[in-house]
Design a protein around this ligand. Structure first.
Ligand code: PMP
Length: 307
């Protein structure tokens, strides 16, 4: 799906026209993947457009930058303000938001000392990542032949641009094979995450999801789903999972800012549970969307209205 253009992009401190948001071809990040980024969503709420868990996303952006010794030349509050300003300036009711911190133009050596750290934030309307119908019908996924980046090669705790080459390999393989998405294992054969989503299974009424130490990103939607599930009385266990745990589960679902909460109906051509969205998945999904769109007082603190 092509990006739907809007009027403005925030670039290094000011709003510029969409078509003018450009970088030099010798930018460090373009060659070496030396950038960190975030994916955030804003939803239409009774308080107007509100950014979902904006503070947590910005916090993760700084944590990613810290891993790569990148000094972001702004305070977190400034990027929070810039994000809100951008959504407002583009008159977006609901959208996807992409902050990017990257090494710009200056030096070509691998040592990034002396290369400027630049920041941009873009926003545009983006619907359900795995398809609108997938939110109800669920997706078919495949265990990737590509392993998730190892903790000691490219730390999965950082949401770094270059690391996504690993996810791209997995995503292409899955889609070319006729599946909707990939699930990636770590070097020990434990499930890490999807190419851009965390995974949960439901077995005998309990929820299980891999621990961060197995190489998944500390997803903010993962945390939202865990909070909602516990608030509703479910036990949520962070535990290493192997692919057969998913084959035998009653339900499975992905969480992610782009994918939101999407049921998984099949892994490696094995039907999961009844092969459709399960009742617990549905309940969590409905609560998640109600929280994100400002319908639930209990989760109002997750919302950052732009007005
Ligand atoms: N795992 C990976 C590899 C991801 O790229 C993402 C998307 N950021 C997630 C999990 C889900 O994280 P979040 O819920 O914060 O979007």
């Amino acid at each position: 799906m092509p990006i739907q253009e809007v009027a403005k992009i925030w670039m290094d401190g000011s709003l510029v026209d969409w078509k003018d948001a450009k970088v030099h071809v010798l930018s460090h990040a373009l060659h070496y993947g030396s950038g960190v980024f975030e994916g955030i969503r804003a939803y239409d709420t009774p308080q107007g457009p509100s950014v979902f868990r904006l503070d947590d996303h910005i916090k993760r952006l700084y944590r990613s930058a810290h891993i790569y010794h990148m000094d972001i030349p702004y305070q977190p509050e400034e990027l929070i303000g810039a994000t809100k300003e951008l959504v407002k300036a583009n008159d977006l009711a609901h959208c996807y938001i992409r902050p990017l911190v990257y090494l710009g133009y200056g030096e070509m050596g691998l040592n990034p000392a002396g290369v400027p750290v630049q920041v941009s934030i873009a926003a545009w309307p983006w619907g359900a990542y795995l398809g609108e119908e997938a939110l109800e019908a669920g997706v078919r996924i495949k265990t990737s032949s590509w392993k998730r980046n190892d903790q000691n090669s490219l730390p999965p705790a950082a949401k770094a641009t270059g690391q996504y080459i690993n996810s791209i390999l997995a995503k292409m393989e899955a889609v070319n094979g006729g599946y909707d998405e990939a699930i990636m294992l770590n070097q020990h054969g434990h499930i890490a995450d999807g190419s851009g989503e965390n995974i949960f299974i439901v077995t005998d009424g309990k929820l299980y999801t891999p621990p961060l130490s197995d190489g998944c990103l500390g997803g903010i939607t993962r945390d939202s789903a865990m909070t909602i599930a516990r608030d509703q009385g479910f036990e949520v266990i962070e535990q290493s999972l192997v692919r057969t745990d998913v084959y035998h589960a009653d339900e499975a679902f992905f969480t992610g800012t782009a994918a939101e909460i999407t049921p998984v109906r099949e892994l490696d051509d094995r039907t999961i549970g009844e092969g459709k969205r399960g009742p617990i998945t549905k309940q969590l999904q409905e609560t998640f969307f109600a929280a994100a769109t400002g319908e639930l007082e209990q989760y109002r603190h997750w919302l950052y209205p732009v007005n």
